[in-house]
Design a protein around this ligand. Structure first.
Ligand SMILES: C[S@@+](CC[C@H](N)C(=O)[O-])C[C@H]1O[C@@H](n2cnc3c(N)ncnc32)[C@H](O)[C@@H]1O
Length: 222
């Protein structure tokens, strides 16, 4: 049975793969892949980032939302997911996902600290990233990694899935060495890098937040 506007949106959304392919053809270096992640990779990302136990999750580079839907499927009902995506066409697509836990922002991953503060969200327990670190300038990649590390909750995970290993070489001084695994059932096969922020000890100063903005609460659950 047809149930009004939300059914209309769900049933007649344009094909995500086509939108993704068009995005890649327009911006190959920032999109970084000709096709969205496979179901197998989505499952591995969700398990690796421990989404089922997370109160707040941030996804960097959600694209047309395959990984976003997989995260939402595993996310507890009272948790929140904030996505940061720089492609306006993908953001318009993501905004049609009808889920009250989801906050979609057209923004760069570098602004993760500001975006969390703007949405009134606490430190995330998990940050998941599909942005292609291998095609961006090294300094830009380092800024993103430091911004992620600065806002991640103690004990939280940062999971980056990448075709090449460059992300692991960008800032080992700040993040330390990641656990590495592979998902072969993806075109092409992908590395998963996972860093866990230590529970205790001195935290790095929050970077990239504007003066005057309130700091993120230490309590990582909303
Ligand atoms: C390989 S696609 C991943 C898409 C989707 N998560 C998936 O796995 O199918 C990378 C995405 O990162 C986005 N992106 C690239 N640089 C970014 C940045 N600095 N901040 C936020 N998103 C970015 C691209 O627009 C693209 O949507």
């Amino acid at each position: 049975m047809f149930n009004g506007a939300s059914d209309w949106k769900t049933r007649f959304r344009p094909n995500g793969r086509l939108t993704f392919l068009k995005g890649f053809l327009r911006h190959p270096t920032t999109v970084g892949s000709i096709t969205p992640s496979s179901r197998f990779l989505e499952r591995r990302i969700v398990a690796s980032a421990e989404i089922a136990q997370a109160g707040t999750v941030v996804e960097l580079g959600p694209g047309t939302g395959g990984t976003t839907r997989a995260i939402l499927n595993a996310l507890p009902p009272t948790s929140r997911l904030l996505t940061l995506e720089i492609n306006p066409g993908f953001v318009a697509y993501l905004k049609s996902l009808p889920d009250p836990r989801l906050r979609v922002q057209l923004d760069s991953a570098e602004r993760i600290g500001e975006a969390l503060a703007e949405h009134g969200l606490p430190r995330p327990n998990a940050v998941v990233s599909g942005i292609p670190f291998s095609t961006m300038p090294a300094e830009c990649g380092r800024r993103i990694l430091r911004a992620v590390w600065a806002c991640l909750a103690p004990g939280g995970c940062f999971v980056a899935y990448q075709f090449v290993k460059r992300v692991a070489e960008l800032d080992p001084e700040t993040l330390g060495l990641p656990e590495v695994s592979m998902e072969f059932l993806n075109v092409p096969p992908v590395h998963l890098f996972r860093w866990r922020k230590p529970q205790a000890g001195p935290q790095p100063a929050a970077e990239g937040r504007k003066a005057g903005q309130r700091p993120l609460p230490a309590d990582s659950h909303p």
